[in-house]
Structure formats: C-alpha cells, structure tokens
Design a binder for this molecule. Structure first.
Ligand code: NAP
Length: 307
C-alpha cells in the first residue's frame, strides 16, 4: 500500500530534499502541502494542518519540515488525527517533549520517526562496522560552516530552541552516536553566544566514551571559504575519516567510499517500512548530548551576529 504524505513547512529542507526523495521512493507519494506562505502547483495546499485534516484529502502521514520550536504541537495534532509522523531533526526543541509523542504513537498504533538524516550518509554504516573491530584511541569532529550561506533568513535558528550552531552540529553527533561501539557523554563544553542572539554561534565540546576514549568536537557557524564536516577516528589500525558529512570514507588516506548524497531516500525508505509495520524509531541520543552541552557548558558572550 502506498503511504500518502503531507509535507508541513515548505522551506529549504522540504524543497531541497523531501520533495525529490518522496518522488524517488517507491511506496511513498506526496498527497498535500501545508504551508503558511507557499504553494506547490498540482498539489493540494492548505495553510494549516487543521484545514488539511478537516478536508477530504486522503493522507496517511505527515513530514514535519518546520523549525523545532513548533513541531511538537504539530506532531501531537497529527497523531491525534490518526496520522503517522516523520520529524525533521532535531526531534524537538526540548528533550522532554518528545517522549509523550512516542507514547501517543505507540498507544494509537502509529509510527513516529525521529529522523537523523546524516546517519544515512554512505560512510556511516561501513564506519560502524569497521570500528566494531578496532581499538579507538581518539575522535576529532570538525563541523564548520557558514551560517549566512546555509541558513539565510532563518531567524528561528538563533531563537531559544533553535539550537544555533548545534543545528548542524547535531548531525555530527548523530553520526558519532551511530558509529561508536560504546555510549558517549559530554565532559566539558564552551558555548559562544552572540551578544544579540539566544543560541550559540560556536561551540567546543569534550566528550568521552565509557572506556575513557577522548572525543573533541568543534562547531563553528562562521567559517567562510571551504566548508568542513569531518570526523576523524584514530584507531590501533590507522585513522578512519568520514568527510563531507559522511559522503566519503578514507582509511589512513585510502579511499573506501565516495558516494552521492542519498540520505533522504534512505529516510523515506525506512519511514515507509516503519509505517507498514506500525513501528516507531525515536533515538534521542544526539539531542541528549546537545542538552548536556547546554547544561554543562561555559557560556561566553561574543560579538553580535549581523546576518
Ligand atoms: P526553513 O527554510 O526556515 O523552513 C522551515 C519552514 O517551516 C518555513 O519555510 C515555514 O514554511 C515553516 N515555518 C517557519 N516558522 C514557522 C512557524 N513559526 N510556525 C509554523 N511554520 C513555520 O528551515 P529549514 O532549513 O527547512 O529547516 C527546517 C528543519 O529541517 C530544521 O529543524 C532543520 O534542522 C532541518 N534540516 C534543515 C536542513 C537544511 O539544509 N536547511 C538540513 C537537514 C535538516 P511555510 O512558510 O511553508 O509555512
């Protein structure tokens, strides 16, 4: 049976990734758009979720592509209307708001999928398999991008709950928590808040795993020129490097993987599968690390951000 999906929030990620991934995924089709401002020719469009649910448009699921601060209410409304829910990352603006959604989905026999798109990058599963058989000595994460290029006009990202530089940084943490054989936790953090914003523009994290393996993560939103989304894992058998957000994998310099980005196709294939089985997939580990960085982190005030 085809899973008929309504996209909610027709912004950057909906247009860049969700629309093409739905079109390319067997078993999934676009049935409607919910947008306060935009429409898509040839597709039924509604300004609000309630209007969609009150209409005769047949849908099975919603993909919430809105900012995290408004997603919980949209997810609760959708589950109450009997729809399966795909959540963009991060799954919520807070940790505590997600669990009741998972419970509601479970009670209703619906799917809640808290997506981590970076985990579907081509290098992630092979890296996890290789690291399962190696001794890890240290991990170094460098996630540095230009917020003006990748998030133009997205005021929500620097508002409370928008996560600031952790919006991309959590992608690195989603990969880290997928490839490490043991749980990891934050031991120290520094968060740089622009004087005129409510979320960090840079962050440095020290973490370790339960064997005491040191992990250093540096997130920066002000990198101009070449952009960096790299994770280097030093092991007893050489250094495994995931670069370009996990599209490429090298082992001590030897290329093992160099692939096109198929992350969102992977997400939709998994979602379709979960819906068919009426199961949920909600892993909060990356969001927990971000929350812990906020709890533990030293806050520094830096120059105002002019977008
Ligand atoms: P965006 O371009 O700002 O789009 C979000 C859309 O949500 C807006 O266009 C708007 O759509 C709707 N929206 C915004 N504020 C809202 C509000 N207060 N209430 C209801 N709807 C609102 O942001 P985005 O980059 O697509 O990011 C959305 C989510 O996807 C974020 O959680 C982000 O982390 C995640 N994500 C983004 C990227 C990326 O490359 N940008 C990559 C992966 C994941 P309408 O005008 O149609 O209502």
């Amino acid at each position: 049976m085809v899973c008929r999906v309504a996209i909610v929030g027709l912004g950057k990620i909906a247009r860049d990734q969700h629309l093409p991934a739905i079109a390319a995924t067997p078993g999934v089709e676009l049935a409607a758009i919910v947008s306060r401002n935009a429409s898509l020719p040839g597709t039924r469009c509604f300004e609000r979720l309630e209007q969609l649910f009150a209409s005769d448009t047949p849908i099975d699921a919603v993909a919430l592509c809105t900012p995290p601060q408004v997603r919980r209410a949209q997810a609760a409304t959708s589950l109450a209307a009997g729809k399966h829910v795909m959540l963009e990352k991060p799954p919520g603006a807070t940790l505590a708001e997600v669990q009741p959604l998972a419970a509601a989905a479970s009670t209703a026999g619906l799917t809640l999928f808290a997506t981590w798109h970076s985990r579907y990058a081509a290098a992630v599963a092979p890296a996890r398999a290789l690291l399962a058989h190696r001794t890890i000595k240290s991990v170094r994460i460098d996630w540095r991008e230009d917020v003006r290029v990748w998030h133009p006009g997205q005021a929500w990202i620097f508002e409370p709950g928008g996560l600031g530089v952790f919006d991309p940084g959590i992608n690195a943490l989603s990969i880290l928590t997928a490839i490490m054989p043991r749980p990891v936790y934050v031991t120290a953090a520094t968060l740089d808040f622009p004087a005129n914003r409510d979320a960090p523009i840079a962050a440095q994290l020290d973490l370790e795993d339960t064997d005491g393996t040191p992990i250093r993560a540096e997130f920066d939103f002000l990198q101009t020129g070449p952009q960096t989304w790299d994770i280097a894992v030093a092991t007893d058998a050489g250094t495994l490097t995931l670069s370009d957000g996990g599209k490429r994998l090298t082992d001590s310099g030897t290329s093992l993987i160099d692939a096109e980005n198929q992350e969102y196709r992977g997400l939709y294939a998994h979602f379709e599968n979960l819906v068919a089985r009426r199961e949920s997939d909600v892993d909060l580990a990356p969001l927990r690390l971000v929350a812990d960085a906020f709890m533990l982190g030293q806050r520094r005030t830096v120059a105002p951000f002019i977008g």
